[in-house]
Design a binder for this molecule. Sequence first.
Ligand code: ADP
Ligand code: MG
Length: 722
Amino acid sequence: PVDRTPQVQEARLKLPILAEEQVVMEAINENPVVIICGETGSGKTTQVPQFLYEAGYASSGGTIGITEPRRVAAVSVSQRVAKEMNLSHRVVSYQIRYEGNVTDETQIKFMTDGVLLKEIQKDFLLSKYNVIIIDEAHERSVYTDILIGLLSRIVPLRQKKGLPLKLIIMSATLRVEDFTDNARLFSVKPPVVQVDARQFPVTVHFNKKTPLDDYSGECFRKVCKIHRMLPAGGILVFLTGQVEVHSLCRRLRKAFPYQKKSTAGGEDDKEDSVEEIRKFKKSRKRRKVLTLPKIDLNNYSVVPVDEGDEDRDIDSDDDAATGSDLDLDLGDGDSGEDEKSDLSLPLYVLPLYSLLAPEKQAKVFRAPPPGTRLCVVATNVAETSLTIPGIKYVVDCGRAKRRFYDRITGVSSFRVTWISQASADQRAGRAGRTEPGHCYRLYSSAVFMDFEKFSAPEITRRPVEDLILQMKSLNIEKVINFPFPTPPPTEALAAAEELLIALGALKEPPMTGRLKQQLAAKLSCPISALGRVMATFPVAPRYAKMLALSRQHECLPYTITIVSAMTVRELFEELDRPAGSEEEAAQLKGRRARFLQMQKVWAGQGPMQKLGDLMVMLVNSVCADAGLYVDPKMKPPTEAQVTYLRQIVLAGLGDHVARRVQAEELLDDKWKNAYKTALLEDPVFIHPSSVLFKELPEFVVYQEIVETTKLYMKGVSAVEPE
Ligand code: ADP
Ligand code: MG
């Protein structure tokens, strides 16, 4: 029996999934695989593990495992569930990459999907689990897809052994046909339990105009209007990236400052704050008089019918909100908002994005200080995996930052693109959890209609060499036969197989026969001994190879640093990030100065120069406040070590060599200062941020090519032809 507090019990009873407990549990008891669909916030993640626990699924010494695509969710949900069940984190635990609080007593374990994949490599039958829940399956993250494919085979194997494993797939949308109508995946169609949404209505307001560049500014203006004109209730803003999130937070804090009251303050102080709250309440009361417009209960996902398509009356006054307080449709853009500080209406502004420190993330779940309005400025993380209490208004810029890859050349670019209609509806849904809400879309309904309906599963959009290596290390040789929920394109599989062969991770196929046979042979190459070592590193195969080689000559600390810098680039972008406060600005300034100083010292050592940007990465991490694992006393590598390091880097990036275009080849001006690569017809350039930008060595290796105005190589170092 679980000993929950009355408050917890009361809160749980409000969750739609509680009403379905019996249906959910019957489906699970009677079927090996069950799919549960329910709106975000309906209680799937926090409650289903508790149902299973109470039904005895963790009693026979087996564990209930739940995978999350995001670290944020794994940590915060495990804490929430432990609290709801009144159990210690020794029993309800989490595990993410290298951090966790799992013990021998753990009975409910939240983990990232990558963690479970590693466990399958150690124990294919997952014998310590009685149940696996794959959460947020609608996100279709690559690991989620692979896990579902693997589990579709593990479940029948466990059945045969007489030790059945239950598989539960949970999705926030009803679009699950890739799992249900896929006989290769599940020969018996799994039942779908649908949890009643019981979502409060959300009215969607479209902008008449769609700001093409300054959507951040448009967000700012919209939040100002909501805060000044509309009744109490939290605001959730969707932007695309960390930098935008911070800069909007800063602007909003400046416009509506919130000062912490010191608890030790005297009478005056207290009176002040009481007065302030009273004033705020009064102003709130005044606003309370506003009634919410009539809302179609089911229309939060479609264009509101009688709200009218604003594009139709495009001739009407731009600023529809002027003069009408009752109009919750706030209209587009400028209406003479100023950025003057408004002290009477404190806004409690919090950022939220996946790399934010956990203790800062946790703040969004707590009630805002009395007399303030909560405003969370978030990236995509708030779309489905976290439910922030008390949100009544959503401001959606309609965009997300995504990485795009060219399947053939591997050229990648970060682009801010329109989201899908499904994502826009998820975002809108965040406004209706606790009472009717409003979603302000900063784009016109015509633009919305042009959005793709759903985004394609990630596995079809990115290189797959890391997955193929993981699968091969599970001895799945013919990856082409793997039961993917949605298979990646064959070219992507072939490209991955080829790269892994080139890196020595797979055994070379016999190169005879016709081309087609060759390709088929390539798609079923077994893993090599080096490949097995590489598969144990939690980084892309190129970097795994570098790490595998660097035990020699004490190069490991340097390689670890370089690989970390190449793979966790956000740590280093910190240096370029606009500061959130004066204090932060001073800190950043100090850091930049220290960095430049170190760079001088290290770069002064002749051979270091040749490491190019890799040297910068090393230096950068010696400035220890990057927060990365480094030895702050790390000495510059010796001349011999520099040579080894360059060989190591070349071993991982061997197909990423570029040669400077010779003078005699300079027929066209566009080849000035350009490099030629094996993969691309077009000229590529050393990125201006590179320390080799002016130097232009004859041969270089690059980490990646990114397309902005031109094709640029990033992470460049010089090599000498052998
Ligand atoms: P779902 O998985 O269906 O999206 P969840 O189980 O994550 O739903 O959330 C159910 C409810 O539990 C949310 O609406 C939220 O109010 C509450 N909740 C979840 N996590 C937390 C938390 N860390 N702190 C406070 N409340 C939470
Ligand atoms: Mg959930």
